[in-house]
Design a protein around this ligand. Structure first.
Ligand code: ZN
Length: 404
Protein backbone atom coordinates (compact mmCIF):
# COMPACT_ATOMS: atom_id res chain seq x y z
CA UNK A 1 0.00 0.00 0.00
CA UNK A 2 2.75 2.45 0.95
CA UNK A 3 4.55 1.72 -2.28
CA UNK A 4 1.79 3.54 -4.13
CA UNK A 5 2.36 6.69 -2.12
CA UNK A 6 4.52 9.46 -3.50
CA UNK A 7 5.39 10.70 0.04
CA UNK A 8 6.23 8.69 3.14
CA UNK A 9 5.28 11.53 5.44
CA UNK A 10 3.53 14.86 5.09
CA UNK A 11 3.76 17.57 7.76
CA UNK A 12 0.56 19.50 7.16
CA UNK A 13 -0.51 23.04 8.08
CA UNK A 14 2.65 24.17 9.88
CA UNK A 15 4.35 27.55 9.63
CA UNK A 16 7.59 26.85 7.81
CA UNK A 17 10.66 28.94 8.61
CA UNK A 18 13.37 27.93 6.15
CA UNK A 19 15.67 30.94 5.89
CA UNK A 20 17.99 29.38 3.31
CA UNK A 21 15.06 29.34 0.87
CA UNK A 22 13.37 32.54 2.08
CA UNK A 23 10.36 30.57 3.28
CA UNK A 24 8.34 32.02 6.13
CA UNK A 25 4.65 31.10 6.06
CA UNK A 26 2.03 28.41 6.15
CA UNK A 27 3.29 25.49 4.10
CA UNK A 28 3.38 21.71 4.06
CA UNK A 29 6.55 19.63 4.05
CA UNK A 30 6.60 16.30 2.22
CA UNK A 31 9.24 13.64 2.85
CA UNK A 32 10.16 10.66 0.76
CA UNK A 33 13.01 8.18 1.13
CA UNK A 34 14.49 10.16 4.00
CA UNK A 35 14.72 13.35 1.95
CA UNK A 36 12.68 16.50 1.45
CA UNK A 37 10.36 15.79 -1.49
CA UNK A 38 8.40 19.04 -1.63
CA UNK A 39 7.64 22.17 0.41
CA UNK A 40 4.64 24.28 -0.51
CA UNK A 41 1.09 25.27 0.28
CA UNK A 42 -1.66 22.67 0.17
CA UNK A 43 0.28 19.55 -0.76
CA UNK A 44 -2.14 16.70 -1.42
CA UNK A 45 -2.52 14.46 1.67
CA UNK A 46 -3.77 11.60 -0.52
CA UNK A 47 -0.22 11.28 -1.84
CA UNK A 48 1.21 10.55 1.62
CA UNK A 49 1.42 7.28 3.55
CA UNK A 50 1.30 9.25 6.80
CA UNK A 51 0.00 12.74 7.44
CA UNK A 52 0.88 14.65 10.62
CA UNK A 53 -1.11 17.78 11.34
CA UNK A 54 1.32 20.35 12.77
CA UNK A 55 -1.08 23.30 12.75
CA UNK A 56 -0.06 25.85 15.36
CA UNK A 57 3.60 24.84 15.13
CA UNK A 58 6.70 26.17 13.43
CA UNK A 59 8.50 23.77 11.12
CA UNK A 60 12.21 24.44 10.68
CA UNK A 61 15.30 22.67 9.40
CA UNK A 62 16.90 20.38 11.98
CA UNK A 63 18.94 22.50 14.38
CA UNK A 64 22.74 22.50 14.09
CA UNK A 65 24.66 22.91 17.37
CA UNK A 66 28.32 23.50 16.55
CA UNK A 67 29.67 23.38 20.11
CA UNK A 68 29.08 20.27 22.21
CA UNK A 69 31.08 17.57 24.02
CA UNK A 70 29.77 14.08 23.18
CA UNK A 71 32.76 11.71 23.44
CA UNK A 72 31.10 9.85 26.31
CA UNK A 73 32.87 6.53 25.68
CA UNK A 74 36.30 7.73 26.75
CA UNK A 75 37.60 6.79 30.17
CA UNK A 76 38.51 8.37 32.42
CA UNK A 77 36.38 11.24 31.36
CA UNK A 78 33.21 12.72 32.79
CA UNK A 79 32.85 15.75 30.58
CA UNK A 80 30.82 14.41 27.68
CA UNK A 81 27.11 13.82 27.40
CA UNK A 82 25.41 11.18 25.22
CA UNK A 83 24.51 12.94 22.00
CA UNK A 84 21.14 11.30 21.30
CA UNK A 85 19.90 11.95 24.83
CA UNK A 86 20.29 15.69 24.40
CA UNK A 87 19.95 16.45 20.69
CA UNK A 88 16.50 15.47 19.42
CA UNK A 89 14.58 16.81 22.39
CA UNK A 90 15.77 20.27 21.33
CA UNK A 91 15.20 19.80 17.61
CA UNK A 92 18.94 19.28 17.12
CA UNK A 93 19.89 16.82 14.37
CA UNK A 94 23.55 17.79 13.87
CA UNK A 95 26.16 18.34 16.58
CA UNK A 96 29.80 19.26 16.35
CA UNK A 97 32.07 17.91 19.07
CA UNK A 98 34.55 20.67 19.74
CA UNK A 99 37.89 19.19 20.53
CA UNK A 100 36.99 16.66 23.21
CA UNK A 101 39.22 14.35 21.17
CA UNK A 102 42.61 15.17 19.78
CA UNK A 103 44.50 13.18 17.16
CA UNK A 104 45.25 10.31 19.54
CA UNK A 105 41.64 9.45 20.33
CA UNK A 106 39.75 10.53 17.22
CA UNK A 107 39.46 7.02 15.79
CA UNK A 108 38.10 5.66 19.06
CA UNK A 109 35.65 8.55 19.22
CA UNK A 110 34.55 7.88 15.64
CA UNK A 111 34.20 4.13 16.09
CA UNK A 112 32.41 4.20 19.45
CA UNK A 113 30.27 7.32 19.08
CA UNK A 114 30.14 9.06 15.71
CA UNK A 115 29.51 5.87 13.71
CA UNK A 116 26.90 4.57 16.17
CA UNK A 117 24.60 7.35 17.27
CA UNK A 118 21.58 8.66 15.39
CA UNK A 119 22.54 12.30 15.71
CA UNK A 120 24.81 13.45 12.89
CA UNK A 121 28.15 14.22 14.54
CA UNK A 122 31.08 16.19 13.19
CA UNK A 123 34.30 16.95 15.04
CA UNK A 124 36.79 19.70 15.54
CA UNK A 125 40.12 18.04 16.30
CA UNK A 126 41.86 19.44 19.35
CA UNK A 127 45.29 20.88 18.59
CA UNK A 128 46.41 18.99 21.72
CA UNK A 129 46.97 15.33 20.84
CA UNK A 130 45.18 14.01 23.94
CA UNK A 131 42.31 16.47 23.58
CA UNK A 132 40.52 17.43 26.76
CA UNK A 133 42.05 14.94 29.16
CA UNK A 134 43.67 15.49 32.55
CA UNK A 135 45.12 18.98 33.04
CA UNK A 136 43.95 19.71 29.58
CA UNK A 137 45.50 21.77 26.85
CA UNK A 138 48.46 23.27 28.71
CA UNK A 139 51.50 21.38 27.40
CA UNK A 140 52.66 22.92 24.13
CA UNK A 141 54.79 19.85 23.36
CA UNK A 142 51.49 18.02 22.78
CA UNK A 143 50.27 20.58 20.25
CA UNK A 144 51.36 19.17 16.90
CA UNK A 145 49.86 21.03 13.93
CA UNK A 146 50.81 18.37 11.40
CA UNK A 147 49.40 15.53 13.47
CA UNK A 148 46.10 17.33 14.13
CA UNK A 149 45.78 18.38 10.48
CA UNK A 150 46.54 14.86 9.27
CA UNK A 151 43.45 13.52 11.06
CA UNK A 152 41.26 16.22 9.53
CA UNK A 153 42.68 15.45 6.10
CA UNK A 154 42.20 11.71 6.58
CA UNK A 155 38.55 12.05 7.64
CA UNK A 156 37.24 15.05 5.72
CA UNK A 157 33.62 13.84 5.88
CA UNK A 158 33.60 13.98 9.67
CA UNK A 159 36.23 16.52 10.68
CA UNK A 160 35.29 20.15 10.18
CA UNK A 161 38.24 21.95 11.70
CA UNK A 162 40.68 22.44 14.57
CA UNK A 163 39.93 23.48 18.15
CA UNK A 164 42.03 25.31 20.68
CA UNK A 165 40.93 26.11 24.23
CA UNK A 166 41.73 26.78 27.87
CA UNK A 167 45.42 27.49 27.32
CA UNK A 168 47.41 29.13 30.11
CA UNK A 169 44.81 31.42 31.61
CA UNK A 170 46.37 32.26 34.98
CA UNK A 171 50.04 31.45 35.59
CA UNK A 172 52.77 33.84 34.37
CA UNK A 173 53.94 33.25 30.81
CA UNK A 174 57.38 31.61 30.56
CA UNK A 175 59.52 29.85 28.01
CA UNK A 176 57.49 26.66 28.22
CA UNK A 177 54.25 28.64 27.96
CA UNK A 178 54.46 31.42 25.39
CA UNK A 179 51.28 33.49 25.21
CA UNK A 180 50.20 32.57 21.69
CA UNK A 181 51.43 28.98 21.39
CA UNK A 182 47.99 27.33 21.36
CA UNK A 183 46.37 29.79 18.94
CA UNK A 184 49.36 29.90 16.62
CA UNK A 185 49.63 26.14 16.39
CA UNK A 186 45.91 25.70 15.87
CA UNK A 187 45.99 28.23 13.04
CA UNK A 188 49.00 26.46 11.57
CA UNK A 189 47.04 23.20 11.64
CA UNK A 190 44.09 25.00 10.05
CA UNK A 191 46.36 26.22 7.28
CA UNK A 192 47.66 22.72 6.62
CA UNK A 193 44.22 21.11 6.42
CA UNK A 194 42.50 24.19 4.96
CA UNK A 195 39.76 24.17 7.57
CA UNK A 196 38.53 26.70 10.14
CA UNK A 197 39.81 26.92 13.69
CA UNK A 198 37.40 27.30 16.58
CA UNK A 199 38.99 29.40 19.30
CA UNK A 200 38.14 29.39 23.00
CA UNK A 201 40.27 32.18 24.44
CA UNK A 202 41.30 33.98 27.60
CA UNK A 203 42.71 37.47 26.96
CA UNK A 204 45.74 38.44 29.04
CA UNK A 205 46.84 41.84 27.84
CA UNK A 206 49.31 43.19 27.07
CA UNK A 207 51.03 39.93 25.98
CA UNK A 208 47.88 38.32 24.68
CA UNK A 209 45.07 40.73 23.85
CA UNK A 210 41.62 40.16 22.44
CA UNK A 211 42.27 42.81 19.77
CA UNK A 212 45.24 40.90 18.49
CA UNK A 213 43.29 37.65 18.44
CA UNK A 214 40.33 38.83 16.39
CA UNK A 215 42.07 41.51 14.31
CA UNK A 216 45.32 39.69 13.51
CA UNK A 217 45.61 36.05 14.56
CA UNK A 218 42.27 34.65 13.42
CA UNK A 219 41.71 34.12 9.72
CA UNK A 220 38.51 34.73 7.76
CA UNK A 221 36.18 31.83 8.55
CA UNK A 222 37.75 31.08 11.94
CA UNK A 223 35.22 30.96 14.75
CA UNK A 224 35.47 32.68 18.11
CA UNK A 225 33.21 30.70 20.43
CA UNK A 226 32.01 32.00 23.85
CA UNK A 227 31.57 35.51 22.41
CA UNK A 228 29.52 36.82 25.38
CA UNK A 229 31.82 35.42 28.10
CA UNK A 230 32.76 37.71 30.96
CA UNK A 231 36.43 37.95 30.02
CA UNK A 232 35.98 39.74 26.70
CA UNK A 233 35.80 43.50 26.13
CA UNK A 234 32.48 43.12 24.33
CA UNK A 235 31.41 46.66 25.27
CA UNK A 236 33.22 50.00 25.11
CA UNK A 237 33.25 52.65 27.87
CA UNK A 238 29.82 53.87 26.79
CA UNK A 239 28.34 50.38 27.02
CA UNK A 240 28.10 50.09 23.23
CA UNK A 241 29.43 47.10 21.28
CA UNK A 242 33.19 47.35 20.98
CA UNK A 243 34.03 48.59 17.44
CA UNK A 244 36.70 45.88 17.12
CA UNK A 245 33.90 43.29 16.94
CA UNK A 246 32.56 44.88 13.76
CA UNK A 247 36.08 45.34 12.43
CA UNK A 248 36.83 41.66 12.98
CA UNK A 249 33.52 40.68 11.40
CA UNK A 250 34.50 42.74 8.35
CA UNK A 251 37.63 40.59 8.16
CA UNK A 252 35.49 37.45 8.13
CA UNK A 253 35.92 36.39 11.76
CA UNK A 254 32.85 34.52 13.01
CA UNK A 255 31.32 34.96 16.46
CA UNK A 256 29.57 32.00 18.06
CA UNK A 257 27.60 31.88 21.32
CA UNK A 258 29.08 28.70 22.88
CA UNK A 259 27.06 29.25 26.07
CA UNK A 260 28.82 26.77 28.37
CA UNK A 261 29.01 26.76 32.14
CA UNK A 262 30.87 30.06 32.25
CA UNK A 263 30.67 31.81 28.91
CA UNK A 264 27.29 33.50 28.52
CA UNK A 265 26.55 36.68 30.43
CA UNK A 266 23.51 38.88 29.92
CA UNK A 267 25.58 41.90 30.94
CA UNK A 268 27.51 41.46 27.69
CA UNK A 269 24.85 39.88 25.48
CA UNK A 270 21.99 42.31 26.05
CA UNK A 271 23.85 45.62 25.48
CA UNK A 272 25.79 44.12 22.55
CA UNK A 273 22.61 42.95 20.85
CA UNK A 274 20.77 46.19 21.60
CA UNK A 275 23.74 47.97 20.03
CA UNK A 276 23.38 45.92 16.86
CA UNK A 277 25.93 43.18 17.41
CA UNK A 278 24.29 39.78 16.86
CA UNK A 279 26.22 36.55 17.30
CA UNK A 280 26.65 34.72 13.99
CA UNK A 281 25.67 31.34 15.37
CA UNK A 282 23.94 29.98 18.45
CA UNK A 283 25.48 26.97 20.22
CA UNK A 284 25.44 25.39 23.65
CA UNK A 285 28.87 24.02 24.64
CA UNK A 286 26.80 21.24 26.20
CA UNK A 287 28.66 19.02 28.69
CA UNK A 288 27.91 17.21 31.93
CA UNK A 289 28.67 20.35 33.92
CA UNK A 290 25.86 22.41 32.42
CA UNK A 291 22.98 20.18 31.28
CA UNK A 292 21.12 20.71 34.55
CA UNK A 293 21.88 24.43 34.45
CA UNK A 294 22.87 26.89 33.28
CA UNK A 295 22.69 25.69 29.66
CA UNK A 296 20.17 22.82 29.93
CA UNK A 297 19.83 22.36 26.16
CA UNK A 298 19.85 24.02 22.75
CA UNK A 299 16.26 25.21 22.82
CA UNK A 300 16.86 26.97 26.14
CA UNK A 301 19.89 28.70 24.61
CA UNK A 302 17.80 29.71 21.57
CA UNK A 303 15.13 31.01 23.95
CA UNK A 304 17.65 33.27 25.65
CA UNK A 305 18.52 34.93 22.34
CA UNK A 306 14.83 35.12 21.41
CA UNK A 307 13.96 36.84 24.67
CA UNK A 308 16.92 39.22 24.33
CA UNK A 309 15.15 40.53 21.24
CA UNK A 310 16.49 38.45 18.37
CA UNK A 311 13.55 37.86 16.01
CA UNK A 312 12.38 34.25 15.73
CA UNK A 313 13.41 34.01 12.07
CA UNK A 314 16.92 35.15 13.03
CA UNK A 315 17.10 32.66 15.90
CA UNK A 316 16.29 29.87 13.45
CA UNK A 317 18.68 31.28 10.82
CA UNK A 318 21.54 31.44 13.33
CA UNK A 319 20.80 27.90 14.57
CA UNK A 320 20.62 26.32 11.12
CA UNK A 321 21.94 28.20 8.10
CA UNK A 322 24.93 30.02 9.61
CA UNK A 323 26.32 27.14 11.71
CA UNK A 324 25.99 24.78 8.72
CA UNK A 325 27.91 27.27 6.61
CA UNK A 326 30.55 27.83 9.31
CA UNK A 327 31.41 24.13 9.37
CA UNK A 328 31.51 23.92 5.57
CA UNK A 329 28.29 21.93 5.25
CA UNK A 330 25.82 24.23 3.51
CA UNK A 331 23.81 21.18 2.42
CA UNK A 332 22.53 21.11 6.03
CA UNK A 333 20.30 23.57 7.85
CA UNK A 334 17.68 23.92 5.11
CA UNK A 335 14.55 22.28 3.73
CA UNK A 336 15.65 22.34 0.11
CA UNK A 337 14.10 19.64 -2.08
CA UNK A 338 16.47 16.68 -2.10
CA UNK A 339 18.12 17.56 1.24
CA UNK A 340 18.21 14.90 3.93
CA UNK A 341 14.99 15.36 5.89
CA UNK A 342 16.28 16.67 9.20
CA UNK A 343 13.35 18.68 10.50
CA UNK A 344 12.34 20.30 13.80
CA UNK A 345 8.83 21.24 14.86
CA UNK A 346 8.45 23.84 17.60
CA UNK A 347 5.60 25.30 19.54
CA UNK A 348 6.02 28.96 20.48
CA UNK A 349 4.50 29.49 23.89
CA UNK A 350 3.72 32.92 25.29
CA UNK A 351 3.55 33.63 28.99
CA UNK A 352 5.87 34.61 31.81
CA UNK A 353 9.24 32.92 31.65
CA UNK A 354 12.73 33.57 32.98
CA UNK A 355 16.16 32.54 31.76
CA UNK A 356 19.49 32.46 33.56
CA UNK A 357 23.11 33.20 32.65
CA UNK A 358 26.49 31.94 33.84
CA UNK A 359 26.73 34.63 36.51
CA UNK A 360 23.57 33.19 38.07
CA UNK A 361 21.47 36.19 37.12
CA UNK A 362 18.33 36.21 35.01
CA UNK A 363 16.08 37.92 32.53
CA UNK A 364 12.34 37.77 32.26
CA UNK A 365 10.72 37.08 28.93
CA UNK A 366 7.37 36.28 27.36
CA UNK A 367 8.39 33.69 24.76
CA UNK A 368 9.37 30.05 24.89
CA UNK A 369 10.14 27.77 22.00
CA UNK A 370 9.41 24.16 22.87
CA UNK A 371 10.39 21.33 20.57
CA UNK A 372 7.36 19.18 19.74
CA UNK A 373 8.83 16.85 17.14
CA UNK A 374 12.15 16.04 15.52
CA UNK A 375 12.84 14.13 12.33
CA UNK A 376 16.28 12.76 11.52
CA UNK A 377 16.68 11.64 7.90
CA UNK A 378 12.90 11.47 7.54
CA UNK A 379 12.29 9.35 10.65
CA UNK A 380 10.38 10.68 13.64
CA UNK A 381 12.86 10.48 16.53
CA UNK A 382 11.11 12.74 19.05
CA UNK A 383 7.36 13.17 19.50
CA UNK A 384 6.60 13.59 23.20
CA UNK A 385 3.03 14.84 22.76
CA UNK A 386 2.02 12.35 20.10
CA UNK A 387 1.64 14.71 17.15
CA UNK A 388 2.02 11.68 14.90
CA UNK A 389 -0.16 9.36 16.98
CA UNK A 390 -3.93 8.75 17.14
CA UNK A 391 -6.04 8.97 20.29
CA UNK A 392 -6.02 5.54 21.89
CA UNK A 393 -9.69 4.99 21.07
CA UNK A 394 -8.85 5.46 17.39
CA UNK A 395 -5.65 3.42 17.37
CA UNK A 396 -5.20 0.82 14.63
CA UNK A 397 -5.84 -2.88 15.07
CA UNK A 398 -2.35 -3.78 16.25
CA UNK A 399 -2.86 -1.60 19.34
CA UNK A 400 -5.66 -3.84 20.58
CA UNK A 401 -3.95 -7.19 20.27
CA UNK A 402 -2.75 -9.02 23.33
CA UNK A 403 1.03 -9.11 23.50
CA UNK A 404 1.25 -12.92 23.29
ZN1 ZN B 1 33.50 23.45 24.88
Amino acid sequence: MTTSHQYDLLLKNGHVIDPANNRDGKMDVAISGGHIAAVGPDLNPALAAQVVDVAGHYVTPGIVDIHVHVYHTREPEGLSVMADSHSFRSGVTTMVDTGTAGAKHFLHFKRTVIDRVKTRIFAYINIVDLGMLGDFEQDIRTMDPELAASIVLAYPDVCVGIKTAHYWTRQPFDEAHPPWAAVDRAVEAGNICQKPVMVDFWPRPPERSYDELILKKMRPGDIHTHVFAQQFPVLDDQGKPNPILFEARERGVIFDVGHGAGSFWFRNAQPAMEGGFMPDSISTDLHTGNVHGVVVDMQTTMNKLLNLGMPLQEVIYRSTVTPAREIGHPELGNLTTGAEADVAVFKLLTGEFSYVDCGRAKIYGDKKLECAMTLRAGKIVFDPTGLSMPRWQDAPEAYWRLPW
